[in-house]
Structures are given as C-alpha cells and as structure tokens.
Design a binder for this molecule. Sequence first.
Ligand code: PLP
Ligand code: COI
Length: 369
Amino acid sequence: MTTPSSSTGPFASTFTSNSAARTDAERSAVLADPGFGNHFTDHMFLAEWTPDAGWQDGRVVPYGPLLLDPATAVLHYAQEIFEGLKAYAHADGSVWGFRPEANAARLARSAHRLALPELPEDWFLGSIRELVTADRAWVPTGEERSLYLRPFMFASEVFLGVRPSQHVTYSVIASPAGAYFRAGLKPVDIWLSETFTRAGAGGTGAAKCGGNYAASLLPQQEAFAHGCEQVAFLDSVENRWVEELGGMNLYFVQADGSIVTPELTGSILEGITRDSIMTLARDLGHEVVERKVGIDEWRDGVASGQITEVFACGTAAVVTPVGRLAWAGGEVDSAQGEIGKVTAELRAALVDIQYGRAEDRHGWMTQLV
Ligand code: PLP
Ligand code: COI
C-alpha cells in the first residue's frame, strides 16, 4: 500500500511498505552477525531529478532491484557519487546520525565535480530520516553495531552521448553493520602501491565517486596477493607523498605525542572521521599537524621509533590500527599485533560520542528517529 509519508520531510514523499518484509526471526538472525555490506533492510529511498522539474518524486519503497535500460549513462561513463554514514541506536531507544550535515555537504561537492545536480541538505537529511524511520527495527544494538547508510546518485538518462545526464536518480539504502574488518581491532596490514595511484592532480580524488574505487581494485588485488588488507596510495606527481588508503584516511602518532595527517591536496578524500579526530585529539591535549608526509618518513620513522603508532580512519573502519606496511622488497611494523595507546584513546573518544555514552560537546549528533 502506498501512503503519504508520515514524516515531515521537505518533499511530499510517499511510503510503500514492503509486503515481503523479513520476519522478526529472519531479521534477528541477520542482526546477530551482520558483517559489513552483506545485508540490506526492507526499504529504500528513491528520488528523481530533471533540469525542468528539479528534485521530485521522493519515495520510500520496498528494497529491490532497479531496472536499468542498457544505454543508461552511468553504465557507460560512471557519472555516479555516493556517501557513507552510520545511524547509531542509543540506550534510550533513539537513533542518531554522526555529522550527517557534513555528508550532505560532501555529496554536494562531489555532485559539483561530477556535473551532477546538488541535492539540498534538507532533502539529504529527510531521505535518511524517512528510511531509518521505515526500517527502525533494523538498527542494531550492541558493541560496534550500527546501521550503515549509503546515499548515492547516478546518471539515469538513457543516452550514449558524452555530456552531463539530463535525468538523475538519488537513492539511499541501509545495511546493518558490524566491524568492517573481520579481525576486529587487530592491526591491518597495508600494501604500498608504487605502480598505481588512486587519483591524479586535477582528477576526482576529493570527490566520493565510484570511479575512484574502481581504480583502487587492481592495487587492492595486489595487496591481497601480498597478504595485506588495504592499499596505501602515494601522490601521482612525485610518487612520494602519502595520500590515503583505498577507503580510509591515515594518521601518524609521533614519539612526542603529536599526531600528523597528510594535508588535503585535492586528490585526497576529505574524511569526516579525519576531521573529527583532529578536534578530539586537540581536546585530549595532542598537537595535530596537517602536512605532507613522505613515504620515507613512514618507513624510516617506524624503524627509528619516531613514529610510534599509525592508524586509519573512516566511517566504515572507524579507527583501525595499522600494523605492517609492506612493499616490494621490505616491510616495517608499527603495531606488533596490538592497538596503540593513542589510537585506542582517540577511538574510544569518538565511539563514546557516537553511541551516546559521552557528552556531544561539538554538536555532532543529529537525531534521526
Ligand atoms: N578516504 C576514502 C577514499 C574513503 O572512501 C573514505 C570513506 O568514506 C574515507 C577516506 C573516510 O571518510 P569518512 O571519514 O568521511 O568516512
Ligand atoms: C565508508 O567508510 O563509508 C566508505 O565509503 C569506505 C568504503 C571502503 C566502505
């Protein structure tokens, strides 16, 4: 049955409930061990854009396949962007998003770079509120559990000419999530890609578009072949400056307690976790420096003890310690199998806010339901 949506969104959206929704028992079985990215909730949000009508037809509908004409532009020219954020269940039953306004702003920046239409912030927030309201029962509780939200937008015009699409579809899907890395809080091993870069100067590195991830998959395969879970990318000009991992930003803890992260260059994704860690680290008394970090500084710094901890951060990975950095011909290990003290301190400060266990001093949490 389709009814006007009960929530007071910025758009007159409709709600069609899923008559084939999973039973309580089926949902509980999924929530007991969700993993990451494996399972999806009973509904999804959809909206359409054309140059004449703007954004329209917001709707929550049963989760299911999209029927695409083979000539749909996104399948050929990859005009697509996405976001990733999490909804957290708090002890009182309320559900909260972590800085969703920052995701809305980044989606707008990505849209600009990919010549897609900007989605207004109130549409972004309205779409995730409506989906989380419809699928409230899918928000997991418990340690490290959350509902991962994946808003995305793509060129849905049926046309093979190379120009910005005149029909664009926006959607949000939701996936109950546990830890991104199966091993939990064990340090991840990183393969240094010296052959491939993720993003070039003037390219799309700072946008969250599917093409960047496509470019990271071959080096990611190389990483797996070398027993590593993630790839570290260097800049494309000098092949010298550390940028980020395929899906996470990087931090280096120095022997004096200060923390360093590669400065934004235009080819690094501006992570919301990265930005939040900067504030939390300062709150905890650490000096934080954004600057260029050379790959030799990483290798030599770990070997000499100047770098005491390395960690990766992002929505999916939260804060994850980095262990080995391996490359063709050598490796260094900055963790020896354990999460470092500063990494653990920053991780706890972040997740305590996200799960409502610590005061939200920076006004980062937005109630969704
Ligand atoms: N860098 C890349 C390439 C990513 O895919 C992500 C994940 O979204 C990040 C960094 C971290 O960004 P955020 O903290 O906003 O999730
Ligand atoms: C996220 O953290 O939201 C991402 O998009 C990273 C991806 C590797 C899952």
